[in-house]
Design a binder for this molecule. Sequence first.
Ligand code: BES
Ligand code: MN
Ligand code: MN
Length: 463
Amino acid sequence: MKTINSYIKKHKPRFLSELIALLKMPSISADSAYKKDVLNTADFILESLKKAGCDKVELCETPGYPIIYGEKIIDKNLPTVLVYGHYDVQPADPIELWDSPPFEPVLKTTDIHPEGAIFARGSCDDKGQMYMHVKALEYMTVTGNLPCNVKFMIEGEEEIGSESLSWFVPRNTEKLANDVILISDTGMIANDIPSITTGLRGLSYVEVEVTGPNRDLHSGLYGGAVANPINILTKMIASLHDKNNHITIPSFYDKVENLSTKERSEMAKAPFSLEKYKAALEIDAVYGEKGYSTNERNSIRPTLDVNGIWGGYTGEGAKTVIASKAYAKISMRLVPNQNWKEITELFKNHFESIAPDTVTVKVTPHHGGQGYVTPIDTIAYQAASRAYQTTFGKTPIPQRSGGSIPIVALFEQELKSKTILMGFGLNSDAIHSPNEHFGVWNYLKGIETIPYFYKYFTELSTK
Ligand code: BES
Ligand code: MN
Ligand code: MN
């Protein structure tokens, strides 16, 4: 593996230009206007896997967007690593908040990324991180450093709930058989503080509709005498947390795992500066459930957040009106053991039960998924840890993340294998936000670190 650094140095311009070409493709899975672009992106991934050295590549049709499968099997007796990633991206809006167009990647330096970062939708989540694996495979095949078998499974619907992949995985368990699943779709603490993500939160996403009168009304003629659905909805939402910011839905916390004092004090050792955290977000104070630290609030504790709320008149100027309907989209982040379908039911029942008889309430579940914890007493974790030690010169810190990749729990259920989350993004990379970016250093560090995971995983597995 002595050649990895010189290989990266030599091919850096091409590694960047290929990623830039991929980032120019607006593969927004949520918006059907981009269907052609999503499909073109799938073709791009297929071609790139072929070029990187896969012996077999397939575009697997599904009820939705295709899944790109690739493999290089060198010896059936050696372990197999299955790489998962996604080629779809979040919508770019609000587009006016971008400093440069989201699908015209530009390279700029920032305080955190003095060596430059690529600004584009999907640069970090997940095209840049997924493509590190393609380039790592290229390195390993070109230089004869691939120590084991590898399979790739890259989907195009992660940002909208991975429905087609949930359909595909149970139908292809033989094809996808593996010894470990490797994913780069999370982050790390900082460029000089490597970490391995050991937990993902689950998710339940619902939409609520509150209906009052049968039509929009003059707010003078009817105001005060008829329930205003927007007033009612906001009151109902406000009641979902108590004064300690604890969620009030009955039984919501029943299955939440309580970490021991020891585990919590281990967690608290991860470097974290509250001052820097506040400064980066330009807030004067943090918020959250009483009795828990900021890091705990966004990883080991469940949450309930309104993601969008609308109704009535929101155009220019003023219109005196009482709307007939009010809406909100609400997400609940869950922790391992909380069952997302059960939580969705609990929410629905509770929300309906707190509705006053002046309105009717409809709750529509969207998607959801289970949380996940990666054990750290495994060969796979050890291999990942050693890989970071080799390329960062530091032992990575295990850290649970607040984000969700719901399909990971399904992988475990269907494929019976564990996932290792080697994320190289930073929280400040603005995924899902305007001006998303991915550090060039991070991109190349990922390409450098991944082959060591293969090496150590194979060595430890065949010992
Ligand atoms: N890559 C993210 C999840 C993520 C990011 C996990 C950073 C940990 C750290 C993924 O693409 C994502 O955005 N997931 C969604 C859930 C999905 C069902 C839409 C999320 O977490 O909101
Ligand atoms: Mn992602
Ligand atoms: Mn995402």
